[in-house]
Design a protein around this ligand. Structure first.
Ligand code: SAM
Length: 258
């Protein structure tokens, strides 16, 4: 049960304070906490004067949450549900400030669900360090890929700080990192471009060691000249590999090649 639900509880007081601080929680702010567990963060968030809605999948932990908070719980709403299945419309219009120390097994699906939702403005999320690096990656490194692009399509992400295994009970096998994700009022990727953009990026990143122009020209049935012209128009060298192509250049390529 503990492993499946990723139940590593944050015991480090400094990390608890830092996450509450980053969340921007304060009087009258609507905070959505995913996976409150034993209230490591919930108590801090309530203490700021925020209204906290906590979504906890584990029935036992959800039932014990008020006692675990130990103080005033009049501004706490507990929802005993799976965040991945919950009808998010039932939570109300927000805008929510999201806070979550995520179970590693479902960190990425939970992030994708948040990104597809509109009723939030900022999310302070903890992931396995390796996943956090892929979320915040810039073009040019091995970490940059579809996950970074999916965040950039709708938001901006910045690494905040790392947390060692010793900050948790029980300690996980890997390092963790906190990421601040800020939703853009206007997505970088307009809805009308989504299909072509993801088709292209998925084809190219499936063979990330190869030159994107060659892979795309073959997959899309384009001539070498057509593909090279599209790359030149996007400001890219024809020999570029997918991990060096910035977000806007993917958009330009998708428009030119599909
Ligand atoms: N926030 C607490 C802390 O920092 O100590 C607990 C963190 S623990 C890594 C993850 C928590 O998320 C657990 O309490 C677990 O039961 C809960 N959880 C796991 N999957 C969930 C899901 N799909 N929806 C809601 N809560 C979930």
């Amino acid at each position: 049960m503990g492993a499946r639900l990723g139940q590593h509880f944050l015991r480090d007081e400094g990390a608890r304070d830092a996450i509450a601080e980053l969340s921007g929680a304060g009087p009258g702010v609507a905070v959505l906490e995913i996976g409150p567990g034993r209230a490591a963060l919930t108590g801090r968030l309530l203490a700021t004067g925020a209204d906290v809605t906590a979504i906890e999948l584990d029935e036992n932990l959800a039932a014990k949450l008020p006692a675990a908070v130990g103080g005033d719980v009049s501004r706490l709403t507990i929802v005993n549900e799976d965040f991945l299945r919950l009808d998010l419309r039932t939570l109300g219009p927000g805008p929510w400030r999201i806070v979550a120390n995520l179970p590693y097994a479902v960190g990425t699906p939970i992030l994708q669900r948040i990104l597809e939702w509109d009723a939030w403005d900022q999310a302070v999320l903890m992931f396995q360090k390796e996943v956090a690096d892929r979320i915040t990656a810039s073009p040019g490194g091995a970490d940059y890929g579809l996950l970074a692009l999916s965040v950039l399509a709708r938001a901006d992400a910045a690494a905040a700080f790392d947390i060692p295994p010793s900050a948790f009970t029980p300690p996980p096998a890997v390092d963790s990192a906190v990421v601040v994700v800020t939703r853009r009022a206007e997505p970088r990727l307009p809805a009308a471009e989504e299909k072509a953009f993801w088709r292209l990026a998925k084809i190219a990143f499936a063979q990330r060691r190869k030159m994107a122009a060659g892979v795309l020209s073959k997959a899309l049935g384009k001539t070498k000249a057509e593909t090279e012209a599209a790359f030149a128009a996007a400001g890219l060298d024809a020999s570029v590999r997918p991990e060096r192509i910035p977000f806007e250049a993917w958009r330009a390529l998708a428009r030119a090649l599909t």
